[in-house]
Design a protein around this ligand. Structure first.
Ligand code: AMP
Ligand code: MG
Length: 323
């Protein structure tokens, strides 16, 4: 796993360098180019390292270099290449595109990696939470995960410091360590809270990604007192894994949307190996054997385990996700 961990750290370095260059005016202008640069750069670095270590492993990545070949995209490709070359000296634009496209697998196989080079792009742009999420899937099960959270400090309220990195291995546990600085891995465990009234849950900042209204109804039903923690990206899974929240709710907004595997694979193992439980809103296991989407699942409920069944029951009783 050392190479996977190293590649996520390298991508984290690139993302932080790009984010540090964002000029405050860019947000007002709705300029999304910084996240595009970091997204492609992160995917190039990680796919290159994976390919060196495991030349035959397919990678289902979120990004596709095709858009970088457009006639007006030359300046963007040059920016991506410049950032990647700081960490992989001597690389040229053609190689960068080739590396990005190592992540172009689409179909399910019994062994593959899935990568979200920047999960939570909106968080990246607003200087909030985002994640670099890499997972190995064996026979439809997440076997190993590396989740880098560049803007997540040692606690939710703490300064982001060197960022946080989570590593999970099926059957062995979850560990946390600083993303960039020195530090020994420490085992991560979910909260032991059993009473729903005393839990805190996380949800997306974006109401379009998860129904805030249904979560509020659920909170009323279960007499949950704490306000929800709203975070972008799979940092939500990390926060549940280390016991700062008891649940992460992703409640469907419609009947059509299917969750993408790269938005969940790493986070799911980080939570389950820390002692938590993850299902869809109907209580089914997330099925990673359906290609790039979780075709058989709707919504996600990730918890510390003791409160899981109560949350599922309340979701069912309130008819959440039914229409
Ligand atoms: P989050 O940061 O948790 O809000 O999730 C970000 C992810 O939401 C992105 O990577 C998208 O793949 C995903 N997404 C986009 N549209 C939807 C939707 N309608 N429902 C749920 N997730 C979505
Ligand atoms: Mg994503």
């Amino acid at each position: 796993m050392g190479f996977a961990l190293g590649s996520v750290r390298q991508a984290g370095r690139l993302c932080r360098a790009v984010q540090a260059e964002i000029d405050p005016g860019a947000l007002a202008k709705k300029d999304r180019s910084p996240v595009t640069v970091a997204d492609f750069g992160s995917q190039a670095l990680i796919c290159r390292t994976l390919r060196e270590a495991f030349p035959d492993d397919p990678i289902i990545g979120e990004e596709d270099a095709a858009v970088l070949h457009g006639p007006d995209q030359a300046p963007m490709l040059a920016r991506v290449t410049e950032h990647v070359a700081k960490l992989r000296p001597g690389v040229d634009s053609e190689q960068v595109c080739e590396w990005i496209d190592y992540g172009g697998a689409k179909d399910y196989t019994s062994r593959f990696w899935t990568l979200d080079p920047i999960d939570g792009t909106k968080g990246f742009l607003r200087g909030g939470q985002y994640a670099i999420a890499l997972a190995l899937i064996l026979d439809g099960q997440v076997a190993a995960a590396v989740l880098g959270c560049p803007n997540l400090g040692p606690t939710l309220d703490a300064d982001r410091g060197d960022g946080s990195l989570f590593v999970a291995l099926k059957g062995h546990g979850t560990w946390s360590l600083p993303l960039l600085g020195e530090g020994e891995p420490v085992p991560v465990k979910v909260s032991g809270q059993t009473d729903c009234a005393f839990i805190r849950f996380c949800e997306s900042v974006e109401a379009a990604h998860s129904s805030h209204g249904d979560a509020a109804r659920l909170a009323t039903e279960l007499k949950i007192q704490a306000a929800p923690a709203r975070l972008d990206s799979q940092a939500k899974y990390a926060v549940v894994a280390r016991g700062e929240a008891e649940a992460y709710l992703r409640l469907p907004r419609d009947q059509v949307y299917r969750e993408k595997i790269w938005d969940h694979a790493a986070g799911v193992l980080v939570v389950t190996e820390a002692g938590g439980r993850v299902t869809d809103i109907a209580g089914g296991d997330l099925d990673f054997s359906q290609g790039h989407q979780l075709e058989k699942n709707r919504g996600v409920v990730a918890t510390n385990t003791p409160v899981h069944d109560s949350l599922l029951k309340a979701i069912g009783d309130l008819g959440i996700g039914a229409s």
